[in-house]
Ligand binder design. Sequence first.
Ligand SMILES: *[C@@H]1O[C@H](CO)[C@@H](O)[C@H](O)[C@H]1NC(C)=O
Ligand SMILES: *[C@@H]1O[C@H](CO)[C@@H](O)[C@H](O)[C@H]1NC(C)=O
Ligand SMILES: *[C@@H]1O[C@H](CO)[C@@H](O)[C@H](O)[C@H]1NC(C)=O
Ligand SMILES: *[C@@H]1O[C@H](CO)[C@@H](O)[C@H](O)[C@H]1NC(C)=O
Ligand SMILES: *[C@@H]1O[C@H](CO)[C@@H](O)[C@H](O)[C@H]1NC(C)=O
Ligand SMILES: *[C@@H]1O[C@H](CO)[C@@H](O)[C@H](O)[C@H]1NC(C)=O
Ligand SMILES: *[C@@H]1O[C@H](CO)[C@@H](O)[C@H](O)[C@H]1NC(C)=O
Ligand SMILES: *[C@@H]1O[C@H](CO)[C@@H](O)[C@H](O)[C@H]1NC(C)=O
Ligand SMILES: *[C@@H]1O[C@H](CO)[C@@H](O)[C@H](O)[C@H]1NC(C)=O
Ligand SMILES: *[C@@H]1O[C@H](CO)[C@@H](O)[C@H](O)[C@H]1NC(C)=O
Ligand SMILES: *[C@@H]1O[C@H](CO)[C@@H](O)[C@H](O)[C@H]1NC(C)=O
Ligand SMILES: *[C@@H]1O[C@H](CO)[C@@H](O)[C@H](O)[C@H]1NC(C)=O
Length: 793
Amino acid sequence: MVHSTATLAWLALATGSAAQFGIKHTQYDTSPPVYPSPNIKGVGGWEAALEKAKAFVAHLSLEEKAEMVTGTPGPCVGNIAPIPRLNFSGLCLQDGPLAIRQAVYASVFPAQLSVAASWDRALTRQRGIQMAEEFKGKGAHIALGPVVGPLGRSPYGGRNWEGFSPDSYLSGVLVEETVTGIQSAGVQACTKHYIGNEQEIQRNPSTVNGTTVEAISSNIDDKTMHETYLWPFANAVKAGTASLMCSYNRINGSYGCQNSKALNGLLKEELGFQGYVMSDWTATHSGVASIEAGLDMNMPGGIPFTSANPSYWGGNLTTAVSNGTLAIERVDDMILRVMTPYYFLNQDTNYPVVDSSTAPLSFFPRANWVHEFELGPLVDVRAGHAQIIREVGAAGTVLLKNVNNTLPLKEPQNIGVFGNDAADYTVGQYSLNIASGIAAGNYDIGTLAVGGGSGTGRFTYIVSPLDAIKARGHSYGALVQYITDNSVISNGGLAGLAPSPPDVCMVFLKSWASEGDDRSSLIAEWNSTVVVENTAAVCPNTIVVLHGAAPNVLPWKDNANVTAILVAHMPGQESGNSLVDILWGNVNPSGKLPYTIANQESDYGRNLLNSTELLESTDPDAWQDDFTEGNLIDYKELDDQNKSVAYEFGFGLSYTTFELSNFQFEATMSNASRVPSASAQVQPGGNVELWEVIATVSATVSNTGTVSGAAIPQLYVAFPAEAGEGLMVRSLRGFEKVTVAPNATATVQFPLARRDLSYWDVSTQAWTLPSSAISAFVGFSSRDLKLNGQINI
Ligand SMILES: *[C@@H]1O[C@H](CO)[C@@H](O)[C@H](O)[C@H]1NC(C)=O
Ligand SMILES: *[C@@H]1O[C@H](CO)[C@@H](O)[C@H](O)[C@H]1NC(C)=O
Ligand SMILES: *[C@@H]1O[C@H](CO)[C@@H](O)[C@H](O)[C@H]1NC(C)=O
Ligand SMILES: *[C@@H]1O[C@H](CO)[C@@H](O)[C@H](O)[C@H]1NC(C)=O
Ligand SMILES: *[C@@H]1O[C@H](CO)[C@@H](O)[C@H](O)[C@H]1NC(C)=O
Ligand SMILES: *[C@@H]1O[C@H](CO)[C@@H](O)[C@H](O)[C@H]1NC(C)=O
Ligand SMILES: *[C@@H]1O[C@H](CO)[C@@H](O)[C@H](O)[C@H]1NC(C)=O
Ligand SMILES: *[C@@H]1O[C@H](CO)[C@@H](O)[C@H](O)[C@H]1NC(C)=O
Ligand SMILES: *[C@@H]1O[C@H](CO)[C@@H](O)[C@H](O)[C@H]1NC(C)=O
Ligand SMILES: *[C@@H]1O[C@H](CO)[C@@H](O)[C@H](O)[C@H]1NC(C)=O
Ligand SMILES: *[C@@H]1O[C@H](CO)[C@@H](O)[C@H](O)[C@H]1NC(C)=O
Ligand SMILES: *[C@@H]1O[C@H](CO)[C@@H](O)[C@H](O)[C@H]1NC(C)=O
């Protein structure tokens, strides 16, 4: 959603109209119409809740029906009005994917980027549960997360860190765990942003010289849609996500929140989604058209947020029903979709009311509220969540280089800490805005623990790296020398150290990223290369730690004095503690890269549409982004081009060493049909047979080092040529994190569902098992493939 100059942006938007798309730019000019919007059936376990929702809808007047699907000003970032007559206290929707943002005395968890680097299913689920406990404690019914769009097509994508990984399989597994975790705590998940929301630039319409220029169109072919971008959304739907948020961008020329192929076709029909689709904030560009295309809830409702609250929906929806333009059955289905997960999660009984401290943080001025909301006392919802935050922060830290076992540290007596990212905050604890000033995240001195925009969090406290290192070093009497001003380090300031050189120098770098813009460089900011080189010049034992957005290229990685590199991502409020756990070896690093670090920026396909010419164009349809690379993003692209890389997808070192042996394959279903039975039930996630495990690969992992540690063996598959054009060299299809003691072994299993071993056949519109064998590889990264075998099903 939008922020900072939010109201202005929304006002600008409100003046735009849904334009006609007459100009044919590409082969993807149109999105096929899919109507009518499928009705909820309650399949997959929501049957009883659907009956309760039906009873509720039966009591509603037409005006109330319109209000049930149109947001209204209130204490939360999105609000559905209460209906006191029916004991319905309304719905409170709150950002975001790593914290309840609009709150005080709440925790800031690690970003999904860190979660992805942990490759840890159990921690992922735990994080989801504990985060949801905080939403519930503050009276929020719906958490606006997790994110699997953007997936991370472009390494420059400004919101990639809000999601997991450009690998659809890894994202799919982790989104399923997150949705399951959130909803097991009684809170509705809203998986977002659906779909093709892969860049920030021109994500919304703009006005150039008085002309409305439409938002970027992500033009995605059907095979790529299924095999890459839709894939993790299918996992989220299978996990029962209560809602999905449609995205700002267009898809094949049609806005994400009124694209009938995406909403009615792919989501509600093919994936059997039973919940509701809500718009991203101000992403609704029409009334009846968006409703019939499958949009179920308009957020945040009317623009601007005055008491009149005009909206394409609201009063217009009432009129459209009254004048016969819109069928009441469709409106009823929208409300059933909204209320069924509400009853399924028992949100009708004893749900906490909205914390009163929320209201002053809301961007809706109280004077604009048109409904009263019940508010409760201020509650501190942090409980014991710091522990899991610290664990995930460490689990999502990746060790890339460790020459001569410089890590873990023993008890160095003279420690140097350098760089602006090491320090405590200096300009506030809240990074909502992309612009400069208070609450801007792209400040100079101060650590970067999460990114900016609606996906940020408001820190109750932050443990900076410097504070945690000082505490640890001072505990055994060490000297800790530090300089956190990069311009001082860049201009000879290290000459002031005494004694010099320190036994170990740690350099902290950071890369900002926020909703609202894309990254313009993949090199850490604030003179990072000079800062590292100047430190290494005086310190032969230099450890570099990176925080923030990823991937980054590392121009100094082969500097002989850089003895260790840690990518610590976005660890949240326990940042320093998570890091110290790794540095001193209390935690043996097991994080793996959920993306590739290339040798140089130009090795990646940029996959970002941007130019002065485009920005200045008054052609309403100028922004056409053809996803011509298909499935070949991140490691799939670099493998396809056979390029050497700095550190490959799936890579990460440990303080111990592991070996792999004993590749085993077992088909658990004999003579499986090539496609799932067309008569099998469609439940949330799609045809149920797609999720049946039809084969298993297993392998044995041994700890050949001297300390206990967690290994993450990974299974990659290579499909035969019949799987179609643009074939991946290899694709991830399994991983398992397993802790192994020295000299011990463990067996890891990779269960393979039908979907995992199928390709999307565009002509038959079916997930299809190849008739010939699939090659399989088990290893410790996408390029460290120790074992191989065949999958014959
Ligand atoms: C987009 O267009 C491509 C090419 O015509 C087609 O394969 C695909 O199904 C379309 N997708 C949507 C969502 O319109
Ligand atoms: C509302 O709640 C009150 C008190 O619990 C109860 O007496 C009443 O029947 C409820 N009304 C409805 C419509 O559920
Ligand atoms: C926009 O307006 C300015 C001032 O009238 C004009 O110089 C410029 O050429 C216009 N640009 C476009 C793309 O029409
Ligand atoms: C109906 O929609 C139009 C376009 O957004 C808006 O100007 C008007 O105020 C709306 N009417 C109501 C009653 O919300
Ligand atoms: C019915 O109402 C809708 C919403 O106000 C409006 O857009 C539409 O033009 C109306 N249709 C007729 C036939 O009056
Ligand atoms: C690593 O150890 C080797 C062998 O002891 C030594 O030659 C080399 O200089 C060491 N490298 C660093 C960076 O300390
Ligand atoms: C960046 O480093 C150069 C030295 O290479 C230095 O001259 C310059 O002042 C530094 N810039 C900042 C903003 O610190
Ligand atoms: C987009 O292009 C404009 C104009 O060339 C440039 O100023 C801006 O930095 C670019 N943005 C990114 C993220 O590259
Ligand atoms: C590495 O450290 C040594 C000893 O301080 C120094 O002489 C050398 O120049 C450094 N190398 C680099 C590349 O900075
Ligand atoms: C990839 O590159 C390596 C080394 O440059 C070469 O040996 C190999 O044959 C190449 N493989 C393909 C498929 O091009
Ligand atoms: C495998 O299935 C096919 C089609 O379902 C059938 O024709 C064939 O006889 C089966 N083969 C075996 C060995 O069961
Ligand atoms: C592992 O095995 C080696 C060789 O048998 C032995 O020397 C070592 O003590 C063992 N380590 C542990 C932790 O048991």
